[in-house]
Design a protein around this ligand. Structure first.
Ligand code: SF4
Length: 181
């Protein structure tokens, strides 16, 4: 990573190698925008969501809603893309509950693919709701992603997790018992 001072603001450049060595994947970007404690726990190998949304999403992807498209593509043993075709990257979600986090996760995939010389647009897909939303990798989105990546680094470098602060969605979180049980 390079941080370079500019006239009015800093320019942050993450190289692909840095992202790989720091293990900055899309789930971490997603969790950063939901709960930094969840991000820290996940980074430390506390994974508690295997039996909930991921199972359901796997079924959605196995159904016939995306015929002829490549599914579940892993890049650099780091980035796991739901669906990729010649023009789009699709991120499939169960609900719109964490729309911002989902958008940033998909934006990060577009950002990562650009580092490989691959240009795509993003589609956030909610098959259950029959909704789709387009995500474009604009300069503003790149800046937002890189700012988040810097903060994610800080969170996961901390020797202890952020305190458990109760949020409206905590009771539905797979880590609830871990935090408040
Ligand atoms: S239960 Fe709440 S505080 Fe704990 S990880 Fe989940 S969202 Fe974060």
């Amino acid at each position: 990573m390079i941080v370079r001072g500019m006239e009015e603001k800093e320019e942050i450049l993450f190289e692909r190698e840095s992202l790989v060595s720091l293990r900055l994947n899309g789930v971490k970007v997603n969790y950063f925008f939901i709960c930094q404690r969840k991000l820290w726990l996940f980074d430390r190998g506390v994974h508690m969501e295997k039996n909930s949304d991921q199972v359901f999403l796997g079924k959605l992807l196995d159904e016939e809603s995306f015929p002829g498209k490549r599914k579940k593509i892993t890049i650099d043993n780091l980035i796991s893309i739901d669906i990729l075709d010649d023009t789009n990257v699709y991120e499939v979600k169960y609900s719109r509950a964490f729309e911002k986090a989902s958008k940033m996760q998909l934006g990060y995939y577009l950002y990562y693919l650009r580092k490989l010389g691959i240009e795509r647009e993003g589609i956030l897909s909610y098959p259950r709701l029959r909704k789709r939303e387009k995500v474009i990798l604009t300069d503003d989105l790149i800046r937002e992603i890189e700012t988040a990546l810097l903060k994610i680094q800080e969170v996961i470098a901390s020797p202890s997790p952020p305190l458990a602060v109760r949020k409206p969605y905590c009771s539905a979180c797979a880590y609830f018992e871990f935090c408040f049980g």
